[in-house]
Write a new protein. Structure first.
Length: 365
């Protein structure tokens, strides 16, 4: 009874992982963050489904490295790590260095192809050397994929600064993130122990816990769709606060400032001031003013109004039926005169003229 329930949970986890992978693949526009998350869920789907087959329909014994698609173990760790790395950036893009993380997966595929080729050509495994290179080495290498997952989880735990999140005010987010990562590390450790000990019952329970982890992510995503964004935001705050303790780096400050404006859209607040924005950056108003003057060649009002005008232009194009004044107040302007003056300065034409010529205007009428 317990075995059947565990097997069903594993099968359900593989199916949900595949659905989550497909959802990322179909989520446009595609970017590096979505690709890495898609690869993570795809790797989990393949890995869980193969374990389900090995524990159920294909037999009751666990053979190390017996999975025909063993590279999936080398996808999960790097993909999750690179996804979170991208989430910490304001703008993420593919780099050659990131691709190096997937070399172990490519090696695993090549090993499997080599083993398959030797079997197809009837190479004998009677000699000790043949068994070592064609059986022992591939199995040991594939098994190392589980250790790679464990290692990447530990690196994520460290990089996110879990033990130093003293600047996070939202203790629920901190607690949730710690619980998710810590439990994932424990579960991966249990899976490794189950394989090393040969305890099939323990291994089955461990893999079912992996599936439950995937299922819980789906539930959290459906129930709290903003959870991951909030968690990412809080980690960024923690990392930024720690970087300020080390040195006063204008590049770090600028990156954090732009991130706040673009992801949290602080300019929507009509009461936003030099003092309140400086407080968000954990610096003085004078330091923020200097940062804007030196790195962006503008003062505070011009900086904020640039974002407000750009957002107003977007809304004017997307909402042809919305009054221009309502849009002005929506994006943070206090008065009509200030809005028109700022719009003319940054856009070069009046809001009404922009609406007439806006290429985003639906229907043309």
């Amino acid at each position: 009874m317990v075995e059947t329930i565990a097997d069903h949970i594993i099968f359900l986890g593989s199916g949900i992982s595949l659905i989550l992978a497909l959802s990322q693949a179909l989520n446009r526009p595609m970017n590096a963050r979505k690709v890495f998350l898609m690869l993570f869920f795809f790797g989990m789907a393949v890995m869980l489904f193969q374990v389900y087959l090995l524990l159920g329909p294909l037999g009751k014994e666990i053979a190390l490295g017996a999975q025909p698609v063993a590279f999936s173990k080398f996808l999960a760790g790097p993909s999750l790590y690179l996804y979170l790395q991208q989430a910490m950036k304001r703008r993420g893009a593919f780099t050659r260095g990131q691709m190096l993380h997937f070399i172990p997966a490519i090696i695993s595929v090549m090993m499997r192809l080599a083993v398959g080729a030797t079997q197809a050509y009837g190479v004998s495994l009677d000699s000790a050397r043949a068994r070592f290179f064609l059986v022992s080495v591939p199995h040991a290498y594939d098994f190392a994929g589980l250790f790679s997952i464990f290692a990447y989880m530990a690196v994520i735990f460290h990089k996110a600064g879990i033990f130093r999140m003293r600047s996070i005010r939202n203790t629920r987010i901190e607690t949730a993130f710690v619980v998710i990562l810590a439990s994932a590390i424990v579960v991966v450790g249990m899976v490794i122990y189950g394989l090393l000990s040969g305890d099939i019952a323990f291994f089955r329970i461990s893999i079912s816990l992996v599936s439950l982890h995937i299922i819980s992510w789906l539930i959290i995503g459906l129930r709290y769709p903003e959870f991951l964004n909030l968690m990412t935001r809080e980690i960024k705050k923690s990392q930024y606060a720690r970087s300020l303790l080390k040195n006063f780096d204008q590049n770090v400050l600028k990156e954090r400032l732009l991130d706040l404006m673009e992801t949290e859209k602080l300019y929507y607040n009509p009461e936003l001031s030099l003092k309140s924005l400086a407080a968000k950056l954990l610096i003085t108003p004078h330091q923020l003013s200097e940062l804007l003057n030196v790195t962006m060649k503008m003062n505070f009002n011009s900086f904020v109004n640039t974002y407000r005008v750009d957002e107003a232009k977007r809304l004017i194009g997307e909402k042809p039926g919305e009054s221009i004044i309502k849009i002005a107040f929506t994006v943070g302007f206090n008065t009509q005169s200030v809005f028109y003056s700022a719009f003319l300065k940054h856009a070069g034409i009046s809001p009404a003229k922009y609406r007439e010529t806006s290429p985003e205007k639906p229907g043309g009428g």
